[in-house]
Ligand binder design. Structure first.
Ligand code: FES
Length: 108
């Protein structure tokens, strides 16, 4: 199984490097498997926002388009919650080019 390594910053601001993200997972699934506190209550269907996190700018651009369903959920976040690089991590598919991405877990 091919995997890449990313860095995750948790809600306490602690940086965890070397977090593995396997090819068959969404970013949310990797975070959950690695025991980060992501509820993912809708199971990855872009309808709950509990997987909301922030990507570093380069990874945000690499991660590709935000579809309509995800955009609707992001639009429902408050101004304080949302940032320019906000994503629903269940909608971010694995991509080799995301190696080294820095993911900061969103507030909840
Ligand atoms: S898990 Fe619900 S929006 Fe991502």
């Amino acid at each position: 199984m091919t995997s890449i390594e990313i860095t995750v910053i948790d809600r306490e601001g602690v940086e965890h490097s070397g977090v593995d993200w396997e090819e068959d997972e969404s970013l949310m699934e990797s975070l959950v498997r690695n025991s980060f506190p992501i509820l993912a209550t809708c199971g990855g269907n872009a309808s709950c926002s509990t997987c909301h996190s922030f990507l570093d700018q380069v990874s945000f651009e690499t991660a590709g388009e935000i579809d309509e369903d995800e955009a609707d959920v992001l639009d429902s976040l408050t101004e304080e919650e949302r940032e320019p690089t906000s994503r629903l991590t269940c909608q971010v598919p694995w991509d080799e080019d995301l190696e080294g991405a820095v993911v900061r877990i969103g507030p909840f």
